[in-house]
Unconditional design. Structure first.
Length: 549
């Protein structure tokens, strides 16, 4: 019988042994991943400072695109040299990549890597280059380039910032990462900038990270023979990377011991617990776990005021402490939940105030345009001022709708369009011109980002109809909004004189400014625009906006 019992125990323990070996393998892999995550977390501030500097440079390049396109490189550099610490140079390039304006370097140099100019020609809007050595600055740089297009969308050149690679690495050091952790900058060749531990890493490591675009951990032997954990992380979509390093953990670290304990401890625990579990598992564990499960469900329903600790006074100490810890956890979650709600409310109030002030400022601009328009005698100039005022009024109504709306990220289109078209009817004098406006809208919500292009599209369409569609007898303009499974459809129709699409006149052939603007707004909405016009009367515009994921 003893032999049979031993054999039974061996048979029972064998799966545990197999699982322990497998668990040790998983723990070893998990340990490597935890080392990678730990390094990233500890260096988060340093990495953030570098990434923010690069992102800030890209944003400011976009904001200053017009000045650079006009050749105001010195002005832009003087304004930004103290804002973007690593900034080495600003430039404007022609279609061949030749710098037509540059500061502080003199114009006349070409882009170091012509492939970047070709990428811009092929349609890429923003390009981040590899690092390169610049004889002009006697330093290693990398560039951020922004494509320039003319009014027809054709490529006419680019503008760009050059950044000092070493100064980017210095930003990481200024963020003061924890002791023992070093953050440096890499290029796609593995060349390191700002590192005291290594000057170059294996380019195949960098290539693997560039391909996967995810941080990866590698183990490197330094000059003294010590092992270093090195995590390589991409910095944005270009070929610039961060290398975070520290000494690898020793034998007695948790990362090393955990796989060993995964094999030994389960066997010991199983042997010791076998007899105890036989008698005590139900009375000491399962009953209390069941009660803990019910408590968790109560907390999961958001009832953080429930106190579970008192009902576990007779439970084992471990479970009792766990219950009291759950009470503390629930209280902390409840407080953080309340703080978060207050923070969101404060943010929404601030955003609404911004929209309110923008609306007020736009109304001031409208007043200025009214005053300017009264002083003009040229009918074409007065019409241009009036058209600009209508467009600004539309923007003001958008911002008024946003700060009055309960949900800042969504706009309820029915009241928004009703207010916009009614205001436009009054501003254009439709009643005096004997033009009737008919409105029919489905009640639908759309993203707030769609409100401005949609409003401006309607302004241009109705303004065009008032200009060209009707004679002294007036007519009817119909504006409708319908929703189906495929998206939202805006229709604007008139029963005016119509026009021949093949006519040579710009206004009547759809090649005027208003028509160009409507086409631009439809592209901004990712919508399809259909124009149905006839020379014997009537014009119908259909703008179909697909649903957004």
């Amino acid at each position: 019988m003893r032999k049979r019992l031993v054999m039974t125990l061996v048979a029972a323990l064998m799966p545990i042994l197999v699982l322990s070996v497998f668990s040790a393998y998983l723990d070893a892999a998990k340990g490597l991943d935890e080392r990678r995550v730990d390094l990233l977390l500890l260096s988060d501030d340093a990495l953030d400072s570098v990434e923010k500097s690069i992102d800030q440079a890209a944003l400011l390049l976009t904001l200053n695109r017009d000045d650079l396109a006009r050749g105001r490189c010195a002005k832009v550099y003087n304004n930004l040299s103290e804002v973007i610490v690593p900034l080495a140079n600003v430039a404007r390039f022609d279609t061949d990549g030749l710098a037509t304006c540059s500061s502080p370097s003199a114009a006349g140099w070409t882009l170091p890597n012509p492939e970047n100019n070709e990428r811009l020609k092929r349609g890429e809007k923003l390009v981040r280059s590899d690092t390169y050595y610049s004889s002009r600055d006697d330093d290693w740089l990398f560039s951020i380039l922004l494509r320039l297009d003319d009014d027809e969308g054709a490529f006419v050149g680019s503008v760009g910032f050059e950044l000092h690679t070493a100064q980017l690495a210095a930003l990481a050091h200024e963020a003061a990462p924890p002791s023992g952790i070093e953050v440096s900058v890499l290029d796609d060749r593995g060349e390191a900038f700002g590192s005291s531990r290594f000057t170059k890493l294996d380019p195949e490591w960098v290539a693997a990270v560039a391909k996967e675009q995810t941080p990866s951990l590698f183990v490197l032997k330094d000059k003294a023979g010590h092992s270093l954990d090195v995590v390589i992380k991409p910095l944005g979509p270009g070929n610039v990377f961060a290398a975070i390093s520290r000494e690898s953990p020793g034998f007695w670290s948790d990362f090393t011991l955990r796989p060993l304990t995964s094999i030994g401890l389960p066997l010991i625990a199983f042997s010791v617990a076998l007899l105890a579990v036989w008698l005590a598992i139900d009375s000491l564990v399962l009953r209390w776990l069941s009660r803990l499960t019910r408590t968790v469900r109560v907390y999961g329903a958001g009832r953080y005021q429930f106190k579970a600790g008192q009902t576990f006074d007779k439970a084992p100490d471990e479970i009792s402490r766990l219950a009291r810890a759950m009470d503390v956890m629930a209280k902390d979650i409840g407080e953080r939940d309340q703080d978060l709600k207050q923070a969101i409310a404060s943010r929404d109030a601030a955003v609404r105030e911004i929209h309110h002030r923008v609306k007020n400022n736009l109304q001031i601009v409208t007043s200025f345009l009214n005053l300017q328009g009264r002083q003009l005698r040229d009918p074409e100039a007065k019409a241009a001022i009036s058209a600009a005022r209508h467009r600004i009024d539309a923007l003001a109504i958008v911002h008024q709708t946003l700060y009055q709306n309960e949900r800042l990220e969504q706009v309820q289109l029915k009241p928004f369009l009703t207010g916009l078209v009614s205001h436009l009817s009054e501003a254009l004098g439709m009643e005096e011109s004997r033009v009737e406006i008919v409105q029919d809208y489905d009640d639908v919500m759309r993203p707030a980002d769609d409100a401005i292009p949609m409003a401006l599209f309607i302004v241009e369409a109705i303004t065009n109809a008032m200009k060209y569609a009707f004679g002294p007898e007036g007519g009817v303009i119909t504006v409708s909004l319908a929703v189906d499974d495929g998206g939202t459809t805006l229709r604007i129709s008139d029963n005016g004189r119509g026009y021949d699409p093949s006519a040579p006149s710009d206004q009547e052939s759809g090649r005027g400014l208003g028509s160009k603007l409507m086409n631009a707004f439809s592209r901004q909405l990712a919508a399809s625009l259909n124009v149905d016009a006839h020379p014997d009367g009537g014009c119908h515009l259909t703008l179909h906006m697909p649903n957004k994921d």
